[in-house]
Design a binder for this molecule. Structure first.
Ligand code: SIN
Length: 528
């Protein structure tokens, strides 16, 4: 295997909203290299439908957005992070609009939609239900306007480079070569880990890489048992669990069981707009009661033209599976959607490793607590991407750009090698892992199911030692590492809070206001 070295001022790993916003912030202070492991537009951001929450409408206030965020988080939010996000959010959205992002309007005014657990209509959306794509487009185009920003697509980060306890770069697999890329500061913005579960709204790239590489490097990972399961994803023969935006319920769509009966009245006073974890569990409960694997989302009563215009992507996608959302009830069931925990950061994106910053879904700022308020994640990515960028500039100002020899050569072939043939065993483990996590560490967990998952994971530890060097193998290693952390944290939290529901401990439990934490070489522990 060939290798080489390279040095830049700033290395940003990940090209979604947080990574791009950070890169733009850094662009005036030196060379910025953005790495994406797939094509440049492939990120969780690009798939976001519903929108981006922000207190900008006439009927809204920052204080109310803050209260809704804290309430949804079930008492576990970091209040300071949440306050920063809601207060700074409006300025970053206006900036994004000034960079060309187009949000839907009613006449000349921005149009805000409703989503679950928001007490105001405060979700901006774009092209109906393609908000993330538009935000990505605007950020990519802004980033392209800076000569200082370059990107390496299809570049997979293998590990961080740590010297004397400081993060100084990353080893990256690109075009069959390993490149050690050194930088004064490194920003991790790799997104989530939905692919660890067999049903997920997340794209194929969401394999928990950032969490795993930061953990391996010694960073603290927090609250990782909190996985948000989106209540409504398409459940049709041959269809992936395609997201059916909560905004559909915000516009009046109803949940019905297979007998065509509305059921949310039995579960929460906010009905279809109850917090996401409540709606998800209500759906599971109805599925159990009616011995089936789905419920229905019904928007047939809405004006047909409105429904098509408001949800064009969903309309077109469902038609591919012979479902006309204006005429048919849509079969839906929950799927893994978002990870609230992640690499622990402070208010400036600093992780517990000097030189390493994190922002977006990979990070745990604590904003989302035990349950994320819908459409807060894109806002968090913008605000904390920029904040991480600002702090990285301060940090880097006292540091020299790494001197490199420009060396090239060969890596030790005992440790790394390209697989010679397709490795079916590893693909089988990947598939089984996703099913084990869905069944045993999914929406409803208990000591027995989590212990079985832990045992299964222990038996797969040999994969972590496999000396094969390609993206699929490394993704699998990262999935196994992240799954282990999720299971260990879920076992430690003997209580139910927000998205973490234990059927054997349905009360909050003794330590409910504390946070779970994982650090390499230690058992999962409690922290403040
Ligand atoms: C949705 O459109 O329902 C997803 C929004 C989100 O997860 O924030």
């Amino acid at each position: 295997m060939e290798f080489s070295e390279k040095a830049v001022d700033f290395l940003v790993i990940g090209g979604g909203v947080a990574g791009l916003r950070a890169a733009i912030e850094l662009s005036s202070e030196g060379s910025v290299l953005v790495l994406t492991k797939d094509k440049s537009t492939e990120s969780n951001t690009g798939y976001a439908q519903g929108g981006i929450a922000v207190a900008l409408s006439d009927e809204d206030e920052v204080r109310i957005h803050y209260d809704d965020t804290i309430k949804a988080g079930n008492g576990l939010c970091n209040e300071e992070s949440a306050r920063i996000m809601v207060e700074e959010g409006p300025q970053y959205i206006l900036e994004l609009i000034s960079w060309g992002a187009e949000f839907d309007k009613e006449e000349s005014k921005l149009s805000f939609t409703q989503e679950a657990a928001h007490t105001r209509r405060r979700i901006l959306h774009s092209h109906g239900d393609s908000t993330g794509k538009e935000i990505d487009r605007a950020l990519i185009s802004k980033a392209r306007s800076f000569n200082s920003i370059s990107r390496y697509d299809f570049s997979f980060t293998l590990d961080l480079i740590i010297e004397d306890g400081i993060c100084v770069g990353a080893s990256v697999l690109r075009k069959g070569e390993v490149i050690n890329i050194y930088a004064k500061a490194i920003i991790l913005a790799t997104g989530g880990a939905g692919q660890i579960f067999s049903r997920t709204t997340n794209p194929m790239i969401s394999t928990g890489d950032g969490i795993a590489i930061a953990y391996r490097a010694g960073a603290l990972v927090k609250d990782i048992e909190f996985i948000q399961f989106h209540p409504t994803t398409l459940f049709a023969p041959g269809a992936p669990p395609f997201l059916l935006s909560e905004a559909m319920r915000g516009e009046g769509a109803l949940l019905k069981n297979i007998h065509g009966e509305c059921f949310m009245t039995e579960y929460h006073e906010m009905l279809e707009l109850a917090p996401r974890d409540t709606v998800t569990r209500a759906i599971v409960s109805e599925m159990v009661k009616t011995s089936t694997n789905h419920v229905f989302l019904d928007l047939k009563h809405l004006d047909k033209n409105f429904a098509k215009k408001r949800f064009p992507l969903i309309y077109k996608t469902c038609l591919q599976y012979d479902i006309d959302i204006t005429e048919d009830m849509i079969p839906v069931s929950p799927a893994a959607h978002y990870i609230m925990g992640g690499v622990s950061t402070n208010l400036h994106g600093e992780t517990t490793i000097k030189g390493l910053f994190a922002a977006g879904e990979v990070a745990c700022t604590g904003i989302h607590g035990a349950n994320r308020l819908a459409s807060n994640s894109l806002l968090e990515g913008l605000v904390f991407g920029a904040r991480a960028g600002k702090r990285a500039i301060e940090y880097a100002s006292g540091r020299e750009k790494q001197k490199i020899t420009g060396g090239t050569g060969h890596l030790n072939d005992d440790k790394v090698r390209e697989p010679e043939t397709e490795d079916f065993e590893l693909e089988k483990i990947r598939s089984s892992l996703r099913q084990v996590m869905w069944k045993k560490a999914g929406i409803i967990r208990c000591n027995k199911s989590l212990s079985e998952a832990a045992k299964w994971l222990r038996h797969k530890e040999h994969v972590l030692e496999t000396p094969l060097l390609n993206r699929r193998v490394f993704e699998l290693k990262n999935m196994l590492t992240t799954a282990n952390l999720i299971v260990a944290s879920a076992l430690l939290r003997k209580g139910s809070l927000g998205a973490h529901y234990r059927s054997d401990f349905i009360e909050k439990g003794e330590n409910w206001q504390k946070h779970t934490a994982c650090a390499a070489g230690k058992d999962t522990f409690w922290t403040d």
